[in-house]
Design a binder for this molecule. Structure first.
Ligand code: NAD
Length: 316
């Protein structure tokens, strides 16, 4: 499978433009799905404590390496620090749990999952802690970031970054970070192109990973009214026309639109046909007009908003 990569700063690591999302993959199938994704050519896996399946994802990776499908060095593994571990003493604790669960010696990219600090929950009480009772326990981001930097110095993390941060939070972080954030990981799909934030982050040397690339699809199953009320992207007229023109699917057009603009994608699918289809995006090119049409579709419609489901309005 032909793929391309982005160079991360300051490490110089290469991050594949195409990756595989592991949120909501059930524990009992995660090892098998990850193994099949590696067989299909995926090299980046987007994981998180919060997804509750890092042990099983790690088992899939381990088997693929043992079977000679891939080496550890050819893989790029991302994970994320959950909201209940923002205190400096909890960052290494949470990181080491993730590392052990995944069965790895190092992680390629570790992200602060949200700019939200919730009260610590001991592992014995609940893991992953999820949003729990959403009791906030404010920790300044500079404290969390310094602990993230220590992970880089330990050699167990190659790159650090942030997820669900706004431009203002990034400006603040960049003012003191000794190890600059390598990646900004945010919701990006045709209904929310996040163009201004992406432009700003790229101008500051960060690479972008867009998540929930298929927009409402992932949130309908969570019961989101906003997702249910939106026209599914797979049925949207402009996208369908562009897809027909290239003899590709709408999913492939959406992913192509992103990677063509140097935004890394991490589609999730447990279906082998779709999983292969989503990886087949490096052999066609969208015209400037087609790119503009998709850029013009932003409503904007944000689907992953803790202001809605956790009453913590980080985008207000
Ligand atoms: P997604 O946009 O990848 O969509 C997944 C849904 O689309 C699934 O229901 C799947 O069945 C369907 N689908 C996949 N390929 C398809 C195809 N070719 N044709 C038709 N349907 C198809 O959704 P997502 O899981 O929300 O996002 C991807 C990944 O991004 C996650 O798995 C996770 O790793 C990451 N993520 C990160 C955050 C964060 O806060 N940092 C939040 C959400 C997601």
């Amino acid at each position: 499978m032909a793929t391309e990569s982005l160079t991360l700063h300051p490490s110089g690591s290469k991050m594949p433009l195409l990756g595989f999302g592991t949120w909501k993959i059930p524990k009992d199938s995660a090892a098998d799905v990850v193994y099949k994704a590696i067989e299909a050519g995926y090299r980046l896996f987007d994981c998180a404590c919060d997804y509750g399946n890092e042990i099983q994802v790690g088992q899939g990776i381990k088997k693929a390496i043992a079977d000679g499908l891939v080496t550890r060095e050819e893989l790029f593994i991302t994970s994320k620090l959950w909201n209940t571990y923002h205190h400096k003493e909890h960052v290494p604790l949470a990181f080491n749990r993730t590392l052990t669960d995944l069965g790895l010696d190092y992680i390629d990219l570790y992200l602060i999952h949200f700019p939200i600090s919730l009260k610590f929950v001991p592992f014995e009480e609940r893991y992953p802690p999820e949003w729990g009772n959403m009791e906030q326990d404010p920790v300044p981001i500079h404290e969390t970031w310094a602990a993230m930097e220590s992970l880089v110095h330990s050699g167990k993390v190659k790159n650090i970054g942030v997820s669900n941060f706004t431009a203002v939070l990034l400006m603040d972080l960049l003012s003191y970070a000794k190890v600059k954030p390598a990646v900004l990981h945010i919701e990006v799909h045709p209904y929310l192109n996040n163009a201004d934030l992406i432009k700003f982050a790229q101008s500051q040397g960060l690479q972008i990973t867009g998540y929930s690339n298929f927009g409402p699809t992932s949130y309908v199953e969570l019961g989101s009214p906003a997702a249910k009320n939106a026209v599914p992207l797979f049925k949207e007229e402009n996208l369908s026309k562009i897809a027909a023109h290239h003899n590709k699917t709408v999913a492939q057009v959406i992913l192509r639109w992103l990677v063509q603009d140097k935004i890394a994608v991490i589609p999730k699918s447990v279906n082998p046909v779709r999983l292969a289809q989503n990886a087949d995006i490096f052999n066609f090119k969208l015209s400037t007009e087609e790119m503009d049409t998709i850029n013009g579709m932003s409503i904007p419609l944000r689907l992953n908003d803790p202001g809605v489901y956790a009453n913590i309005p980080i985008y207000a």
